[in-house]
Structures are given as structure tokens and as C-alpha cells.
Design a protein around this ligand. Structure first.
Ligand SMILES: Nc1ncnc2c1ncn2[C@@H]1O[C@H](COP(=O)(O)OP(=O)(O)O)[C@@H](O)[C@H]1O
Ligand SMILES: [Mg+2]
Length: 424
């Protein structure tokens, strides 16, 4: 059976500490259906800024269940606590109060990868491979820990710093789940353009992350999604019935094409694993550029295909498929947070800290270096093969929208996951 993260998450240690004991909440970095991501400034070291995902509690929401914000958050906590990798955002503290759940992580100052790389004067296949190798390293790492992300997409990779060549970080583990080898999953989740055929068929494993990664890389180098349409149902239909078009104005190298085709391989058995992806010559070449080849490229510069136009187009696609944030909900959340802040200043501390207490470097610093001394210091149901019903193209041809094998709630869930990012 698949491992239920919620059970683990509910066992999280708690202690009476409010997030505001340690952090001052700052400006909004991103918003979505879940709530907000804000800056979190360490009170003891005010020049140290982190990010906090603030999720509105909806434990009692109708139909919430394991897909409620709270359940997804608790999933995220349990997962993040065990992850330490250079290409995955580092998690620090987790808190809850009556209205919100808070997860503090490293701030990625560079924002979304696709937005940032627009600043590059030239964007080449080699640049794409460098980004891809970091994303793959994150995927290979989580897969080695038996975790699948299930929401691999452009928006869920940020850059650690303002430089477009800074380190890529995977974020957003709200749909992630622990898996066991040989066990199939059936819940449809993720973002419409990135759904693997077997995920639509409701019998899948961690290899859906590799398909989604292939979609991301294709988008980056082609400027459009491999399968696109205005509605989710049509995208799903195309994924199941149509071959991908590989011709492009960009004249990609055979090696790049070969790599993309190994990711966007409809057969799960033939699809490249993340581990194998890291060994692919296209990726290996990006990690350790061959000096001979480099020289060749620099002397024949006009042969280096500049993908800038495609990157701009890819960025437009990502931006246009983003859902607008519900302004009413946004205002309500901001007001609620302000009220909790005011109460806190009056001495009303309602928060709890959840999970492990991380060892912070600054805690071992001499007292005088510290500013003040105030610091008090969703699981997925895996299903056995026999129980799983694969979706067929025929199943998609019904009048029902979305297709009959996919409940309306499933698609709503998919669409809910689009977030909107405010300007940083
Ligand atoms: N660590 C971070 N540093 C900076 N911005 C972040 C960070 N985490 C999230 N964000 C911003 O908040 C947005 C939403 O966060 P995410 O975890 O992806 O939530 P959602 O579940 O809505 O996709 C991101 O797209 C990004 O713009
Ligand atoms: Mg996200």
C-alpha cells in the first residue's frame, strides 16, 4: 500500500510557539487558492529573510478530505522535513494557529525560472540542459526517497538568487506523496498541460514526474506545450490520442531531441528514469562542458541556436494559464493576518510549532550578536493493479465533461492548483 503521510503528519510534535516569536511576516511573494507566500524576516537576524507559505485552514470544508488545504499542507510538512538537497527548497519551521498553517522555507530571490531566464541575452540548448540537469537532480533525489512530486511544472522551480544562472530550487510539495515500488496510483492531480497519459488512465507511478519534466523542457525549447487546448478535457484527449509534433523552427540538435523524446515517451516502461536522465549525454555535457566542443561552438557562434524567442513564448504560455487570485479571499486573509499580528503585539499568542526543531547556525552565536533575546526559543490512495481501471480514448468521448473516468472534483482540484504570483 502507499504510505499515508497524513498519519505521520498528525503525529507531528507540537509546542506552544507562535511564528511571530521568531519571524516578522513581510510582503506577499505569491498567492493562490491556498493562501499566500510572504517574506519571513528572522527577528534575531533581520537581514536574514526567508519565505513562509501561509495556508488558510479549511479542515471542515465540504469535500475537503485529504485534498483540503490543511491535509495538503500536512503532507508538505512531513515530506519537506526529510528533504535536504541543493536543488530543493530548504524547509525550516512549521507552525499553525486557529486560522492558518505556516511553513517557513528558504527565500528564492530569483523568482520563477522562466521569468528570470528572459534576462539572458542568449538562451541556448546548453543553458536549457543546465537548468534541466538541476531539475532532474531534484527529481532523482525525491524518487530515491520514494517520493513523487506530482506537480512538476515551470512555476514550481524557482531560482535561489537574482542571477539567471543561480541555483534552481524545486518547491511546492502540496501534491507530493510517498510511493512503494510496484504499487499504482489512481488519483488525477497535477496541472492540465503536464498530465502523463498513464495518469489520465488512472494507473501510474513516479514516472509521471518524468513526463511532466519532459513537458517543461519541451515548453522551454519549443515555446508551446506539446499538447494544448482551451479546456482540460481536450488536452487529456490529445495526450491519449495524438502523437507529439517534433518539428520546430528552432532546429534542435539530435541529442536534445533524443533527450526530450526519452522523457515524453508514452510507454512508462520505455520512459527514461530521472537517474538515467542524469547520465544522458545531453545532461552530462551541460554539467561538465567538453572544452573541445566549447571551442568549436565559440568559433562557430552562428550555429548556436538562440532559443530566446521560444523562451519568451513559453513564458507567455505559463503566465496566461495562471488563474487570477480571488481578490475577496486575498483581502480577507490579509485582514485576518493583520488582526493576528495585532493580537500578538498585545500578548495574545495562539500559535503552535509543529514537527522537528531545526538547528539554526545563529543559535550558537554569542548573545550580543543576536538582536534580542525574545526567542522562546495528503495521502494518496495507492491502488493495486487489479483494482485500477485504465481510461481509454473511448472513455473520453462521452458528453460528460470532464471525461467519465475523471470526476468533476478531480478536475476542479487540478484547476485550483493554479496560483498567481504578485510582482516581487
Ligand atoms: N521559497 C519561495 N521563495 C520565493 N517565492 C516563493 C517561494 N515559495 C513559493 N513562492 C511563490 O509563491 C507561489 C506559490 O507557491 P506554491 O508553493 O507553488 O503554491 P501553489 O500551491 O499555489 O502552487 C510560487 O509560484 C512563487 O511565486
Ligand atoms: Mg506551485
Amino acid at each position: 500500500m502507499g504510505v499515508g503521510f497524513r498519519a505521520e503528519a498528525e503525529d507531528l510534535d507540537t509546542c506552544h510557539q507562535d511564528i511571530r516569536d521568531k519571524y516578522e511576516l513581510g510582503k506577499v511573494l505569491g498567492s493562490g487558492s491556498f493562501g499566500q507566500v510572504r517574506e519571513a524576516i528572522l527577528k534575531e537576524l533581520p537581514d536574514k529573510v526567508r519565505a513562509v507559505k501561509i495556508i488558510e485552514r479549511d479542515d471542515d470544508a465540504e469535500g475537503g478530505g485529504e485534498w483540503s488545504n490543511s491535509a495538503m499542507f500536512r503532507q508538505e510538512v512531513a515530506l519537506l522535513q526529510n528533504l535536504k538537497h541543493d536543488n530543493i527548497v530548504r524547509f525550516w519551521d512549521v507552525y499553525e494557529d486557529v486560522h492558518f498553517l505556516y511553513v517557513v522555507m528558504d527565500l528564492c530571490r530569483g523568482g520563477e525560472v522562466f521569468s528570470k531566464i528572459l534576462e539572458l541575452r542568449r538562451f541556448t540548448e546548453a543553458n536549457a540542459a543546465t537548468l534541466g540537469s538541476q531539475m532532474l537532480a531534484a527529481i532523482a533525489y525525491i524518487h530515491s526517497k520514494s517520493i513523487m512530486h506530482r506537480d512538476i511544472k515551470a512555476e514550481n522551480f524557482l531560482l535561489s538568487d537574482k542571477s539567471p544562472t543561480s541555483v534552481v530550487k524545486m518547491i511546492d510539495f502540496g501534491m507530493a506523496v510517498k510511493f512503494d515500488h510496484g504499487i499504482w496510483f489512481k488519483e488525477i492531480c497535477g496541472s492540465p498541460h503536464y498530465l502523463a497519459p498513464e495518469l489520465i488512465g488512472q494507473k501510474y507511478n513516479q514516472m509521471v514526474d518524468m513526463w511532466a519534466f519532459g513537458v517543461l523542457m519541451y515548453l522551454l525549447m519549443y515555446g508551446h506545450y506539446p499538447y494544448d487546448s482551451k479546456n482540460t478535457r481536450d488536452i487529456m484527449m490529445k495526450v491519449l490520442t495524438e502523437p507529439i509534433r517534433w518539428q520546430t523552427k528552432a532546429k534542435l540538435s539530435q541529442q536534445t531531441l533524443g533527450f526530450l523524446k526519452r522523457c515524453l515517451e508514452p510507454s512508462v516502461r520505455k520512459r527514461m528514469t530521472a537517474e538515467d536522465g542524469l547520465k544522458h549525454p545531453w545532461i552530462v555535457g551541460a554539467a561538465a562542458p567538453d572544452p573541445e566542443l566549447e571551442r568549436e561552438v565559440s568559433t562557430k557562434n552562428e550555429d548556436v541556436e538562440d532559443l530566446n524567442e521560444f523562451v519568451r513564448s513559453a513564458h507567455r504560455k505559463v503566465t496566461s494559464s495562471r488563474k487570477q487570485v480571488d481578490q475577496e479571499a486575498e483581502t480577507r486573509r490579509t485582514e485576518m493576518l493583520e488582526k493576528i499580528n495585532k493580537d500578538f503585539e498585545k500578548g495574545i499568542r495562539l500559535g503552535n510549532r509543529l514537527g522537528e526543531t531545526p538547528q539554526e547556525d545563529f543559535m550558537s552565536r554569542p548573545e550580543f550578536v543576536r538582536r534580542d533575546n525574545r526567542l522562546t526559543t495528503a495521502p494518496s490512495k495507492a491502488v493495486s493493479e487489479s483494482k485500477t481501471k485504465a481510461a481509454t480514448p473511448a472513455a473520453l468521448s462521452s458528453d460528460c465533461s470532464p471525461p467519465p473516468c475523471v470526476s468533476c472534483a478531480d478536475v476542479i482540484r487540478i484547476e485550483l492548483r493554479h496560483s498567481t504570483r504578485s510582482d516581487i
